[in-house]
Design a protein around this ligand. Sequence first.
Ligand code: PMP
Length: 414
Amino acid sequence: MTHISTDLTTAYAELVARGLSLDLTRGKPSPSQLDLSNAMLGLPGDGDYRDAAGTDLRNYGGPDGLPELRAIMGELLGIPTDQLLALDTTSLPLMHEVLVAALLTGVPHGDGPWRNVEGVSFLCPVPGYDRHFAICEALGIRMIAVPFTDTGLDLDTIRSLVANDPSIRGMWTVPMYSNPTGYSLTVEEVEALVAMPTAADDFRIMWDNAYAVHHLTDDPDPVIDVLGLAAAAGHPDRPIVFASTSKVTFAGGGVGFVGGSPANIAWIRKHWSARTIGPDKLNQLRHVRFFGDAAGVVAHMAKHRALLEPQFEAVLQILEERLRGVASWTRPRGGYFISLDAGDGVATRAIALAKEAGILVTAAGAPFPYGDDPRDSTIRLAPSFPSLDELRAGIDGLCTCVLLAQQERAAAAE
Ligand code: PMP
């Protein structure tokens, strides 16, 4: 008979007695990371309000966003300036808008509004980003979870689903350093996604490249030219690319970008122009002045890396010390998250035990559509925000909770 070890029960009692109050729930930049962009608060500065063409940016107009900034981001994302719009201060509203427009009016070269499609659905590789799933849920798009395999996307399942079911109109992807696994798609996977036959001619890939420049190694994963590959495969309109500076400069106060084929861009421009007369171009100018050029963004991201790397290392080291052999986790090369596989039926209980001990982590199930983690095993860890000491205490405490939950489950199974 399995017993819950007294050592573990004592360790948990001690943890609760410490009365911690730690929040490890969301992948926010830390105050020190935000400090890296403080110089921007004084930009563009008194009297600096014209772009390179001499346009007065204090006024309405310029609906596509500042060309200089789109050129900088375009260079980093591998997208021509005229196929990349800088429309908002973040990217999630752009994703939401694209799906609203698709539902209400249909996409270019499609067969009409998606709202007319019985059971309109999206594929969702899991674990994935909860806010993508929240958009689908809010708009009534059915979600079909497709778990990652040990080696990457489950292409066989994806191919067979999209080939046979015309109600599947799209899929979510975070192509680099994905939230929460840290996984980056390979060129072969991207080629397969843009080339695969789909029962719906207007199938779209929501290509959320939120972490394109957020490397944690000297040997960055490449930005794959998804628009070029899609055009070469005869499906130029399939990907719609999103990105933002939320985790580059100020979260919520940066710039959101959307890129795509000329047809998709014309369609997005038309919808967005019904919504606004133009974006905050002074904020965009502030970003241009702050970065200078694409190399300036890369140099700035190296400073983020210097702050983030010790946080990730601390988490990985504690996981290694405490959970080796009894759980598994991802070792991301960039991005903001580590995904912990705590074992079947363990996540909800471990997270509840952690909460009792004053350690808040992302809710169990959050990285899955409808909050449903069928194995109840995934815990998303967000190392960026807490101080190093708080992070160590929080992750160490969480490991105690995972071990206790595993033992409780083993004992209950006998
Ligand atoms: N996409 C992904 C994959 C993210 O992880 C995040 C932030 N957590 C966002 C988008 C949010 O981006 P934004 O602030 O530009 O809306």
